[in-house]
Design a protein around this ligand. Sequence first.
Ligand SMILES: N[C@@H](CCC(=O)N[C@@H](CS)C(=O)NCC(=O)O)C(=O)O
Length: 217
Amino acid sequence: MKLYFSPLACSLATRIALYEAGAEAQFVEVDGKTKRTSDDSDFQRISGLGMVPVLVADDGRVLAENAAILPFVADRFPAAALAPTDPEGRTRLHQWLSFIGTELHKTIFVPLLDETAPEAVKAYALARAPKRLDWLATKLEGRSYLLDTPSVADAYLFAVLNWSAVTAIQLRNWPALAAYMKNLHARPAFARAFEEEKALWIAELQRRGQPLPAIAV
Ligand SMILES: N[C@@H](CCC(=O)N[C@@H](CS)C(=O)NCC(=O)O)C(=O)O
C-alpha cells in the first residue's frame, strides 16, 4: 500500500489507521503548494484534484476521499477492528465520517486554514463552528471514542480537530473535545503518527522560509 499525504493534513487519519492496524505501507509526501511528491512525481497526474489522501492499494487501485479510504483500510485489516461490520454500526460509522468531512473539515476548517480565503469567508466559517462543536461535545461527553471502540472515524476527527491549534477555535472551550483529543493522543498509533507528521510539517515550513507558529516551537 502506498499513501500520498501532506504533513498534518487530513491524510494523517489514514496514517493513524495504518499504524493502528500494524500495516506495512509506503508513505509519499506531497508538497501542498508545488504538488510535487517526495518520490519526484507530479501529484496532479496521480490525483486529478491534487488532494490528499490518495491510497494506492496492493492491487494498484488508486483510491481517494477520506470517507472511502478509511473504511477500506479498516476492512483490509479486520483484526484491528477499526470499523464495525454490522449494518447498524456501519451506518453510525458513515454518519460520523460524513459529519466530520462535511460539517467540520469543509465547512469550518478549510476556510479558516486557507490563506487565500477572504476575511468574510473566514468569519462565516467561524460563526458556524459553535453549533457543530457544541453538538459534537454533547455526543462525546463521558466517552473516549465516537463509536463503542476506537475506529477510523476517531482517526479522522483527531486529524481535523488538531487544526484548531492554528485557528481561532479554542478547543478548551469544549472540555469534552479537549479530553477526547488528549485521550486519543495517549494511544501509541495516534501519538506516533502525529509526532512524525508534526516533524515533517515543521521541516516543510522551514524549507519554505515560513515562520513557525507558536505550537510548533
Ligand atoms: N473530499 C476530500 C478532501 C481532501 C482534502 O481536503 N485534502 C486537502 C488536505 S486536508 C488537500 O489536499 N488540499 C490541497 C488542495 O486543495 O489543493 C477527502 O475527504 O478526502
